[in-house]
Each structure stands twice: as C-alpha cells, then as structure tokens.
Design a protein around this ligand. Structure first.
Ligand code: SAM
Length: 283
C-alpha cells in the first residue's frame, strides 16, 4: 500500500519499455503527481502503460525552485513520484537536490529500483574485479579530460564512464593516451535496445574497430576500463606466471609474452599486462 507524504524515486527503462517493475508502475499510477525531467519523454512510457497521472517538469535548471513546490505538496498530504528520461534518478541525472531538500524537511524519499546503464553494463562485462568506481561523464574538453583520466590512472577498480556519441572517439583516444593502448575496455552501446553491442578488448583495438564503422559510433555508451593492477593474477595459472617470469629473464618483453601465450594458452593481453607489472617491479 502506498504511503502518503512521500517522494518516490522511480527508475524507468533505459531503452526497452518492458524494463520497469510492477511496483514502479503501481506508484506511477497512484501518485498524485509525477515530477519528470522531460514530460514528453515520460508521456510515452505512461501511455504505453495507460497511466494518466499529471506531470510537472523537474530538470537541472529548475530543480531548487521545483523542490520548494514539491515539499509544499508533500506538506499538503500528496505523494509525488520522481522520474528522469531513463534509468535511475540522481545517477548522472537530476534528483539529488530535490531529494536532499525533501529529506531535510522531514519527508521520506523512497527508492523504487530498476534499470541503470552502469550496472547493466557491469552485469555483462565479464570484468573479474569485484570492485568498481562509478565516474559518470568525463568533462567535455580534452585537456581537462586528460587531467581527470590521469587522476584515475592508478585506481585499482574497474572505472565506469558514461559517454555521448559525439565524444566517444575522442574520449577513447584520451584514454589510450593516459592508460596506454593495452588497458582493457568494454564498450557497451545501446543497452536493451535494438542495436545493442558489447565489445571488450585493448583500448587500441576497440578504438580502431569503432573508427572503422561509423554505425558503431551512434547511440548511448557505457565504458568500463580495467583498473590499474586489477589484472586478476588469479586467472593466470601459477604455471603460466612461472613460464612468463623465466622467459622475461632471458627475452625482450613482447617475445616473452608471445612465447608464454603459445606455451600456456593463457590470454595474451593478461600476460602482457602481467609482464608490464613484473618489469615495473623488477626493472
Ligand atoms: N540515470 C541514468 C542511469 O541510471 O543509467 C543515466 C542518465 S545519463 C543522463 C545518460 C547516459 O547514460 C548516456 O549518455 C549513456 O552514457 C548512459 N546510458 C543511458 N542509457 C543507455 C543505454 N541504453 N545504453 C548505454 N548507455 C546508456
């Protein structure tokens, strides 16, 4: 049963309209008002589910003023649902200012969980590191973006970025410049939509693939970059590590990696990353 005097923070689909919970639909139907980032976008979702609840706009430029209005509605006993264009409100989306105001005024903000592009990408990435750092959008200018990336370079967690289609190439170029061409990246594009694609590989190879196919540069993107030192040494067998160490003592790095991969059938990129780490530890 729905509470009164509460703000419900409702996750909506990030593409596929079916990705919405039964609870979210019930809240959207029963709320007195829906605060939506763009009412036009949200009306498509509401129409698809025959929901006729009234809406007001809440976006990054009117969030403080609208927060006042919403608190006065809560005071009058109304229940309000907050949605954004896609995914979970407050995650690289408006919501935090409103929620803070609502809670400091003594009203509950109740989460109605659901789709989120970052978690969706992480769930299929196969990145074995259990720790991740959600960064969201990088800045739009290359100079400051490179400074941001440099600050992240040594983080041992999988790094999670959101990126717009017109900046995907330049962001990957900056990542390659700062993290190096062999750092592994997963590019998750158009998740839950018709042209969903998920590719993983060294930044250099992924970038070359994207540059060669303009269609792959369209849509919405999540980028997952392997953390520094996060090459999971446990997935490389002890025998392979030993082989690599012996060969590194005698041969140049690339040759040692190639031979180790041939002998042990381990992943060449993982061996390459491990070889770099071993070299750094014992130059
Ligand atoms: N609040 C949303 C969430 O919970 O994921 C994120 C909103 S943010 C303004 C939009 C960005 O999320 C896009 O530029 C893209 O980086 C990412 N994104 C959203 N939907 C996506 C999808 N279907 N596939 C890949 N990335 C997506």
């Amino acid at each position: 049963m729905q509470e009164k005097n509460a703000l419900y923070v409702v996750a909506t689909p990030i593409g596929n309209l079916g990705d919405i919970s039964l609870r979210a639909l019930e809240i959207l139907k029963k709320a007195d008002l829906i605060a939506a980032e763009h009412t036009q976008n949200t009306s498509q979702l509401l129409t698809a589910h025959a929901i006729r609840t009234q809406m007001i706009r809440l976006h990054q430029h009117n969030e403080s003023a609208t927060a006042e209005k919403i608190v006065s509605l809560l005071r009058a006993g109304k229940s309000i649902a907050l949605v954004t264009d896609a995914g979970t409100p407050g995650i690289s989306d408006p919501g935090a200012i409103l929620i803070k105001h609502v809670r400091t005024q003594g009203y509950p903000a109740i989460p109605i969980p659901g789709a989120n592009a970052a978690v969706c990408a992480l769930s299929v990435s196969g990145h074995v590191n259990p720790h991740f750092l959600f960064y969201g959008f990088l800045t739009t200018k290359s100079g400051s973006r490179r400074r941001e990336l440099s600050a992240l370079k040594s983080q041992p967690y999988t790094l999670v970025f959101y990126e717009a289609p017109h900046r995907i190439i330049e962001s990957l170029q900056d990542m390659m410049a700062i993290f190096g061409p062999q750092r592994e990246v997963t590019v998750a594009r158009e998740l839950t939509k018709l042209f969903e694609t998920i590719h993983t590989g060294p930044i250099e190879a992924i970038l070359t693939g994207l540059q060669a196919d303009p269609n792959q540069q369209k849509g919405e993107f999540v980028l997952l970059v392997t953390g520094a030192d996060a090459i999971d040494k446990s997935v490389i067998s002890d025998q392979a590590k030993h082989t690599l160490q012996c060969l590194l003592a005698e041969l140049p790095l690339k040759q040692a990696v190639k031979l180790s991969a041939d002998i042990t059938h381990e992943n060449k990129n993982s061996l390459y990353q491990l070889a770099l780490q071993l070299k750094n530890q014992n130059p």
